[in-house]
Design a protein around this ligand. Structure first.
Ligand code: NDP
Ligand code: 8X3
Length: 254
């Protein structure tokens, strides 16, 4: 098994949800962690929580290509050799049908979930290849495999994440650099608050009457993939709440 205390882990979107839980999981096991996100006050709280030890925080919007590359170039030497990149920053916006969706929301999802993830990957991969040691862990979703009404662009961005993950695996054959796509189902984080733009009532609905995944469950899955022996690559890992499953096809009848 990989010893987490020997790892430097960079997490995007570390200010909430899976990202925060992932920082905590790795940090408590002795890893050095770079926590990034847009909300500075949350990053400050995080550094405080972990005693400013083995933690480096950077305010970063993954959509800003220049800032992503600058962040990687400017990492302090103690954190410069990143072993694990957790490409977690992402969001869904809206649940309208494609015919009614807000096109700016589509842009934001593509810019964050696809392009931001691409930039972080591209910025860190050369170092990983040079050191012949690394792991890119992407946050996909069940929404990338199974369609649902209103999932239009969000699901498509996650299908991109799944295929991008497989394709870069092909590019990296011959290097000790692993690539994993973690594909969670319904999980209770700030995800729904963001999707419904602060409409708390709507945001609560998906989680009512069932036990969704907790952020810690997903962090554990990420941790599992990262600490498997180096000869093992988890390609895709789909994880759902026990209380979630599939619908049959629907038909519109005249
Ligand atoms: P949260 O909303 O709780 O957390 C999302 C994180 O992403 C926040 O830390 C946010 O931080 C950050 N973020 C959003 N936009 C940007 C940006 N442009 N630049 C940098 N950071 C950004 O959601 P989850 O923890 O649930 O989601 C994490 C990932 O998991 C996402 O990719 C999501 O699509 C995916 N996912 C979620 C599922 C769920 O049901 N919750 C299921 C399957 C996948 P800040 O605002 O400070 O920048
Ligand atoms: C998040 C899961 O089903 O809300 O990716 O799209 S879902």
């Amino acid at each position: 098994k990989v010893d987490p205390a020997e790892l430097t882990v960079l997490v995007t979107g570390a200010t909430a949800g899976f990202g925060y839980a992932t920082v905590k999981r790795f940090h408590e096991q002795g890893a050095k962690v770079i926590a990034t996100g847009r909300r500075q006050e949350r990053l400050d709280e995080l550094a405080q929580e972990f005693g400013h030890e083995r933690i480096h925080t950077v305010k970063l919007d993954v959509r800003d290509r220049e800032a992503v590359f600058k962040m990687v170039d400017n990492l302090p030497s103690l954190f410069a050799e990143v072993d694990v990149l957790v490409n977690n920053a992402g969001l869904a916006l809206g649940l309208e049908g494609a015919q009614d969706a807000v096109i700016d929301d589509w842009d934001t999802m593509v810019d964050t979930n696809c392009k931001g993830l691409m930039y972080c990957t591209r910025a860190l991969l050369p170092g990983m290849c040079k050191r012949d040691r690394g792991h890119i862990i992407n946050l996909g979703s069940v929404a990338g495999s199974y369609p649902y009404p209103g999932g239009n662009v969000y699901g498509a961005t996650k299908a991109f994440v799944a295929q991008f993950s497989l394709n870069i695996r092909s590019d990296l054959l011959g290097y000790n650099v692993r690539v994993t796509d973690i594909e969670p189902g319904l999980a209770h984080t700030e995800f729904s608050e963001v999707r419904f733009k602060g409409d708390t009532e709507k945001a609560k609905k998906p989680y009512e009457g069932l036990q969704p995944l907790r952020k810690e469950d997903v962090a554990e899955t990420i941790y599992f993939a990262a600490t498997m022996p180096r000869h093992v690559n988890i390609n895709r890992l789909e994880v759902m709440p026990t209380m979630q499953a599939f619908n049959p096809f629907k038909f519109h009848k005249e």
